[in-house]
Write a protein that binds this ligand. Structure first.
Ligand SMILES: NC(=O)c1ccc[n+]([C@@H]2O[C@H](COP(=O)([O-])OP(=O)(O)OC[C@H]3O[C@@H](n4cnc5c(N)ncnc54)[C@H](OP(=O)(O)O)[C@@H]3O)[C@@H](O)[C@H]2O)c1
Length: 347
């Protein structure tokens, strides 16, 4: 028997992706799945693509059901993890894919989320080049991990090296993202329906209202000590999963593309899952689908005096379940890349 895992919210998109990736993990084994409206049904009925765990039955999402495992992944709507996690034993590794434990500022939480703030856990983006360089060490010793928001990880990793090096003005960051509707979960919202989305593209949470905004600013502050400001606009497009984030920022004086590429190479050159493409090449979402990979392409727009960084990732893998497993691997003392695919799909 491997390391015993429970996945709460396993009937949803993020939870389903956790099951899919753990099925290929050499050390982890899912023994318990929980849901809400699907309690009593099997994985095979609700997630028919997941043959490995087809016979597991969804149980109630309670701390009693989740206790007694080595690792608990929580993939619940925001606001649902905090009280359950608080009742789990301290020695259990708990990884929250939801937002409940990401924000270090209670004021930020109150400004963007309803309900109680539950405090922040160690952030599950090992590659984030924080100023103190301690994130991997912290992940290796913690029992509580907050996996990232999918948009937040794309934008933060795209901009962090340039912001950290002082190559761009942290007060003038802009990110416009093409996002697939799976980012909003298995919801029945009308704007996510095929009839409204196919053949169209819809901006939402416009004007600084998206919940990932404070998470991005928190991440960039970890990198530089400066909170900065960002205009962040997601646009729903008709692809089931994936994010293409186009991030731009005003350049500081006398910076050229060669220097910028050098700092990105230094930040990510040793990383398995974050890759900067050569000059003149830009990522496509398709190349990251199914993979725990973030692809970056960058250019300097000299006429506009802006750095442009394009980032692509699979919101359900590098944007959530993959990041959660990568971080759990560190906390469990396993190879960081265990069970995580690096190659995407095409076409
Ligand atoms: N989707 C993404 O790309 C993505 C990326 C990063 C982070 N996340 C985060 O991951 C979490 C799950 O997102 P998702 O996209 O997987 O959502 P989802 O597809 O809507 O799944 C939600 C899951 O939570 C369960 N659930 C619903 N209401 C509940 C309640 N009141 N109490 C307990 N369980 C409840 C559902 O169970 P039933 O199906 O049985 O009702 C389902 O298993 C969210 O916090 C989200 O922010 C998602």
């Amino acid at each position: 028997m491997g390391i015993r895992v429970a996945v709460a919210g396993a009937s949803g998109y993020a939870g389903g992706e956790l099951l899919r990736l753990i099925a290929g993990h050499p050390d982890l084994e899912v023994v318990t799945v929980t849901g809400h409206s699907t309690v009593g049904r099997t994985v095979g009925e609700v997630q028919p693509h997941l043959a490995t765990y087809a016979d597991l039955t969804f149980q109630d999402t309670t701390s009693e059901v989740l206790a007694g495992h080595d690792v608990v992944f929580l993939a619940l709507p925001h606001g649902q993890s905090g009280s359950i996690a608080a009742q789990l034993p301290d020695d259990v590794l708990v990884v929250d894919a939801g937002a409940d434990h990401r924000l270090t500022s209670e004021d930020d939480w109150r400004a963007f989320y309803p309900g109680q703030w539950h405090g922040a856990w160690t952030y599950g983006v090992p590659e984030l080049p924080t100023a103190d360089g301690k994130l991997r060490t912290d992940l290796a010793t913690t029992r509580r991990i907050a996996a990232p928001g999918c948009n937040a990880s794309a934008v933060s990793l795209a901009l962090a090296p340039a912001v950290a090096a002082g190559f761009v003005e942290p007060e003038d960051l802009v990110a416009v993202l093409a996002v697939g509707p799976s980012g909003a979960g298995r919801s029945t919202r009308p704007d996510l329906s095929a009839s409204e989305l196919l053949g169209s593209a819809n901006a939402y949470a416009v004007g600084g209202t998206h919940r990932h905004t404070p998470e991005i600013l928190q991440n960039l502050a970890l990198v530089t000590g400066v909170r900065g400001s960002i205009s962040f606009t997601p646009v729903l497009v008709p692809m089931a999963r994936g994010i293409l984030a186009t991030c731009t920022a005003t350049l500081t004086p006398d910076v050229d593309e060669r220097e910028i590429r050098a700092v990105y190479a230094e930040a990510y050159g040793g990383e398995r899952f974050v890759r900067l493409l050569p000059a003149g090449r830009f990522p496509a979402v398709e190349h990251t689908i199914g993979a725990n990979t973030l692809l970056l392409g960058l250019a300097v727009d000299t006429a506009a005096n802006r750095l442009v960084v394009v980032a692509a990732l699979d919101n359900l893998v590098k944007g959530t379940a993959g990041a959660a497993i990568q971080s759990a691997n560190l906390a469990l003392g396993l190879p960081e890349a265990a069970g995580l695919p690096i190659d995407g799909t095409a076409p």
